[in-house]
Design a protein around this ligand. Structure first.
Ligand code: PRP
Ligand code: URA
Length: 208
């Protein structure tokens, strides 16, 4: 089974509580999604390979370390977009490739509408970004696509997960590590995470 890492830290708890608040406006909501993405990314990238490099400091030379490979950030449109900025600021040499899914409101099945993965140029390590892991359908379908593309090491970085979605992703893709800020109680009959924060895409882009 894949690992589930819940990063609980006072900053994350604080920002998450504002994010959940129904009265938080889209401007603050977007800022928080970006900041929380960066805080979670710190933990999610802990095991990235590094390689030694010789560095000339103002005083001497030394062996320092830099990332061994460039990685791909794969935000799931729309809500995953908000997590890109904060993470990209931490990893400026990452590449960003977008995948678009929306959920069919009746079946809750993910429907693909956009894919900008470069042909024949897979990245070994990919972080899938999406604030919400609800039924898990969007994360599973995105992982399917990225694996077919050739990615070997895939992590899902989200903000809130439902137990149902975590289990589903673990069952289908046990090799994908899951990084979240919180696991909530359950999904309601419409597939929303409870207590959750509502629709993460609508709340970022003011389309409620
Ligand atoms: C939301 C969210 C995830 C998906 C999670 O997207 O951003 O992509 O639902 O649900 P799942 O785990 O059940 O697949 P939504 O369909 O609302 O599209 P949006 O991001 O464009 O608002
Ligand atoms: N997608 C969201 O944006 N929120 C949920 O609670 C479930 C799916």
């Amino acid at each position: 089974m894949s690992n589930v890492t819940i990063t609980n830290h006072p900053l994350i708890e604080h920002k998450l509580s504002i994010l959940r608040d129904v009265n938080t406006n889209p401007t603050i909501f977007r800022q928080l999604v970006s900041e929380l993405g960066a805080l979670l990314c710190y933990e999610a990238t802990r095991d990235l390979p590094i390689k030694p490099v010789e560095v000339q400091t103002p005083l001497t030379t030394m062996t320092a370390y830099e990332m061994q490979e460039s990685i791909a950030l794969i935000p799931i449109l729309r809500a995953g977009l908000g997590m890109v900025e904060g993470i990209w600021a931490l990893i400026p040499n990452a590449h960003v490739f977008h995948i678009g899914f929306y959920r069919n409101e009746q079946t809750l099945e993910p429907v693909e509408y956009y894919n900008k993965l470069p042909k024949n140029h897979p990245f070994n390590t990919c972080l899938i970004l999406d604030p919400m892991l609800a039924t898990g359908g969007s994360a599973i379908a995105t992982t399917d696509i990225i694996k077919r593309w050739g990615a070997k090491k895939i992590k899902f970085v989200g903000l809130i997960g439902a137990p149902e979605g975590i289990r589903a992703l673990q069952e289908v893709h046990p090799d994908v590590d899951i990084h979240l800020a919180a696991i909530d109680d359950h999904l309601n009959e419409k597939g929303y995470i409870v207590p959750g924060l509502g629709d993460a895409g609508d709340r970022q882009f003011g389309t409620v």
